[in-house]
Design a protein around this ligand. Structure first.
Ligand code: TXA
Ligand code: MG
Length: 349
């Protein structure tokens, strides 16, 4: 299959209209959202949704998020819209918040991995909203990477992973947020955050009064089957081995300086992803800045791109400095720890 790559110019450009029609008719179209690029298919078309799993190499028990452009599109998909859900919607949609609700039979089982619930969100990106509007159907879209790879925050990342496997890629520039949406389960009381993202636990608490974090986000121990099926797979991983290094600043720098020089002696190419405030400690050849230690949003918007950059320069080991798990820092550390597959080093201990 030949993948058509379209630079977004306007909503009336012929290429964009062709892509919207292809999406409606059952083909796969990658498009920008404010979080990461999504790989879209008509959410109501079983065959189209099945082809998402094939293109990504994704396990079929991992359900997809259904993207909508307006509230009218939501109504047929869910059994009810509870008052608390409405409150979240009016506070944070369009935006990086995915809401789990009870589904109706309109939503095919393949879209929800066989669950009786459906995950829905309205993305805060004009290209995404206009694409969904023009297609006229709800759009199932996981992140547009090969399963297990870092999520794409630029159209060229999608091309790297899916060229030849999908019909269209719409290039709408770099994604603002950089990590995926927050997933909140509204079928239970109190509500539970299954995946941290751009909308922080505090922001949800401010609207609902209370919200809990899924146990898998708090406890380190294996607690069996996570509620968000996607969270059980190794994720977001570059080709290199990833380590998270946490502790006090001095301990982190000491540990990492030693590790990097030992790797060098053994002929291992390692890279440190570090706060810009620390970068000079390691030497420019060994470290790349992920942004300021005081700005987790900046780290969020850079981290997946940097993982891919490390692959490009042939890194064998990536050490990532831990940042505080506050605000969107919780989502950033969740992705980094997953990429590390549990390899977390406590410097100074
Ligand atoms: O920001 C995002 O959410 C991006 C953009 C493209 O919108 N999409 C995204 O999709 O990250 P994906 O497929 O990579 O992640 C969807 C997550 C998975 O962890 C999945 O298990 C969970 O949402 N999920 C989907 N439906 C669910 C359901 N009914 N119940 C529980 N978890 C669900
Ligand atoms: Mg994903």
């Amino acid at each position: 299959m030949q993948t058509k790559y379209i630079e977004f110019t306007s909503c009336d450009a012929p290429g964009f209209l062709d892509a919207a029609r292809a999406l409606k008719e059952g083909r796969l179209v990658a498009f920008p959202t404010e979080t990461v690029y999504g790989l879209g298919a008509n959410a109501l078309d079983r065959k189209a949704v099945r082809s998402i799993y094939v293109a990504k190499g994704r396990p079929v028990d991992n359900p997809l998020i259904v993207h909508i452009s307006d509230l009218e599109m939501l109504k047929p998909l869910v059994t009810e819209i509870k008052p608390d859900v409405l409150k979240l919607i009016s506070a944070y949609w369009p935006g990086p918040l995915t809401i789990i609700m009870k589904k109706t039979s309109v939503v095919p089982d393949i879209t929800t991995g066989g669950l009786d619930t459906v995950a829905v969100r309205m993305p805060d990106n004009p290209v995404a909203l206009e694409l969904i509007r023009k297609a006229g159907v709800p759009v199932a879209a996981p992140s547009a990477n090969r399963s297990g790879r870092p999520s794409p925050t630029m159209a060229k990342h999608v091309l790297e992973d899916l060229n030849g496997k999908i019909s269209y890629i719409i290039d709408g520039g770099q994604c603002k947020v950089g990590v995926e949406s927050t997933v909140v389960d509204m079928t239970v009381e109190p509500a539970v955050i299954l995946r941290p993202g751009g909308i922080t636990p505090l922001m949800i608490k401010q609207v609902l009064g209370s919200v809990e974090l899924d146990r898998s986000l708090i406890e380190k121990a294996d607690i069996g089957k996570p509620k968000s099926p996607g969270m059980k797979y190794k994720h977001y991983a570059p080709k290199a081995e990833v380590f998270v290094v946490s502790g006090d600043y001095n301990d982190i720098v000491n540990w990492l300086s030693k590790a990097v020089s030992e790797d060098k002696k053994s002929g291992i190419k390692s890279v440190v992803l570090a706060a810009k405030e620390h970068i000079q400690e390691y030497g420019l050849n060994n470290a790349i800045s992920f942004g300021s230690i005081n700005d987790a949003s900046e780290v969020a918007s850079n981290i997946f791109r940097l993982f891919r950059e490390c692959d490009r320069i042939g890194a064998e080991k990536i050490y990532v400095e831990a940042i505080p798990k506050e605000g969107i820092g919780l989502a950033v550390m969740n992705r980094i720890e997953k990429a590390a597959g549990g390899k977390i080093i406590q410097a100074g201990e």
